[in-house]
Design a protein around this ligand. Structure first.
Ligand code: TXA
Ligand code: MG
Length: 368
C-alpha cells in the first residue's frame, strides 16, 4: 500500500439494512455495543448504548464529530430517566408531561451512570423521549438508554430520509433501520436549565441568572414552551454570550452545510434584476402562498421569477419547507447545482425560529 493509500484508508464494516419491523435485531445490536442508525420523528439518529463508553466513543469516529460536542440520550420510559439524572429543575416535570414523548430534549443534571464521553465532560446530560414508533420499539428492544446524535457526517445536514441515512453511514455502522421520511425534518428543540449562568443584558426574563433557556430552537416552539414555563430566552447566535455558548458546545461548530453554497432571502421580490442574473441557475427552495397566516406571511402574488432556470422546490408553508430542507439539500448536491437559495420567514415565531437557525447556519449567515 502506498503512503497515500494508508493515510486515506478507513475501515469499512458490513452494514445490515433492516426494514422497520426488525427493531428487535437493531435493539440486540445496540445492547451488544454496536452502532445502529434508526429513524426518529425529527431526523435519523446514530445510536449506541449510552451506558457503554466504548460504544459511545465509536459514534465520534463514525461521524467525525469533535469530542467536545455532547450527545443526546434517548430513553423509552421514565425509569430510564431516573437512572440518568440526579434531580429535576422546577418545571421539568410539567415539560415532560406536556411534550414527551416528542421532539424536546431537556438538558438536566446528570447522574454518575452517565459517562463523560456522552456529556463531553459537562455535569449535565441532554435527554429526549422520541415518539416515532420505530424509535420507541428499537429503544424498548435495546433495554438501555441510547446516545444518538443526528446520523450525518459532522458538519453536514442531518439525514431525514432512509437514502440520506444510508449514504452517510453505510460501512460505518452495524445496521440502519428504514423508517422512511422523518415527519419534522429538523432536529429537536434543546432546552437547558441555566443556574446563575444567564448574562443577557436586554433580558426580558423574569428571573435573570436562572431559568430555562432554548439552546436550539425546534418544532416544539417558544410559544409552546412558554405556555408551560412563561417567557423564555434564546441565546444570541453570535458567540458574544460566552456562558451560553459553553453550555451547548455543539452550537460552536459549523453545521447543516451541503456541498453547494447556500444563501438566504426573505421575499421573491428580492430576486429581481441583477440578483436574477446572478442566481437564476441556482436551486431555489421556498414557499408558495399559504392561506394560513401563521404558516406564511407571503403575499400570494409574490412568486419566484418566471425566468428562473435552476430547480425550484415550493412548499405550502414553513412547516413543509422545514420538513424537506435537508433532503432538498441532499438532492441538490446530487444534481450538482452551483448553489442553493433558501427562503426564510422574516417574522418571529412558530417553526420559523428553527428554520432561520438551521438555514442560517447552512448559509453561514449569508443573504443574497
Ligand atoms: O432531534 C434530535 O435531537 C436528533 C435525534 C437523533 O434525536 N439528535 C440530534 O443530536 O440532533 P445532535 O448531537 O446532532 O445535536 C445535539 C445538540 C448539540 O447541539 C449538543 O451540543 C446539544 O444538543 N447538547 C447535548 N447534550 C448537551 C448538554 N449536556 N448541554 C448542552 N447542550 C447539549
Ligand atoms: Mg447534529
Amino acid at each position: 500500500m502506498t503512503l497515500v493509500a494508508v493515510l486515506f484508508y478507513t475501515e469499512q464494516m458490513d452494514t445490515l439494512l433492516l426494514s422497520d419491523d426488525r427493531a428487535a435485531e437493531a435493539g440486540a445490536l445496540l445492547k451488544a455495543g454496536q452502532l445502529v442508525v434508526f429513524p426518529t420523528e425529527t431526523v435519523y439518529g446514530l445510536g449506541a448504548d449510552a451506558l457503554n463508553e466504548d460504544a459511545c466513543k465509536q459514534i465520534f469516529e463514525a461521524k467525525g464529530r469533535p469530542q467536545d460536542n455532547p450527545l443526546i440520550v434517548h430513553i423509552h420510559d421514565r425509569v430510564q430517566l431516573d437512572l440518568l439524572t440526579v434531580s429535576l429543575p422546577p418545571g421539568a416535570d410539567a415539560l415532560m408531561q406536556e411534550f414527551w414523548p416528542g421532539p424536546l430534549t431537556l438538558v438536566l443534571p446528570k447522574s454518575s451512570s452517565v459517562g463523560s464521553v456522552v456529556t463531553a465532560g459537562l455535569d449535565t446530560v441532554g435527554i429526549r423521549m422520541p415518539h416515532h414508533p420505530v424509535a420507541r420499539e428499537v429503544l424498548r428492544c435495546a433495554g438501555t438508554p441510547v446516545a444518538a446524535p443526528s446520523a450525518n457526517r459532522s458538519g453536514k445536514p442531518s439525514p431525514t430520509t432512509y437514502a440520506m441515512a444510508c449514504s452517510a453511514m453505510t460501512g460505518r455502522v452495524a445496521a440502519i433501520v428504514d423508517g422512511g421520511d422523518c415527519e419534522n425534518g429538523l432536529e429537536s428543540t434543546v432546552l437547558g436549565w441555566a443556574q446563575g449562568q444567564i448574562h443577557v443584558s436586554d433580558s426580558c426574563h423574569e428571573n435573570p441568572g436562572t431559568g430555562w433557556v432554548i439552546l436550539r430552537p425546534g418544532s416544539v416552539t417558544r410559544e409552546d414552551l412558554s405556555r408551560v414555563l412563561g417567557p423564555l430566552l434564546l441565546p444570541p447566535v453570535h458567540p458574544a454570550n460566552e456562558s451560553l455558548t459553553v453550555r451547548s458546545p455543539g452550537t460552536r461548530h459549523p453545521h447543516y452545510r451541503p456541498r453547494s453554497p447556500v444563501a438566504l432571502f426573505y421575499h421573491y421580490g428580492d430576486l429581481a434584476e441583477e440578483k436574477l442574473l446572478l442566481y437564476r441557475d441556482w436551486a431555489l427552495i421556498g414557499i408558495s402562498d399559504s392561506r394560513d397566516p401563521a404558516e406564511s406571511a407571503v403575499n400570494p402574488s409574490d412568486r419566484p421569477p418566471e425566468q428562473w432556470s435552476g430547480p425550484v422546490r415550493l412548499y405550502a408553508g414553513w412547516k413543509e419547507l422545514a420538513k424537506r430542507l435537508y433532503s432538498d439539500f441532499y438532492e441538490m448536491d446530487n444534481l450538482g447545482v452551483p448553489g442553493i437559495l433558501v427562503q426564510i420567514p422574516k417574522e418571529d415565531g412558530g417553526i420559523g425560529e428553527a428554520l432561520r437557525n438551521r438555514a442560517g447556519k447552512a448559509a453561514a449567515g449569508r443573504f443574497i
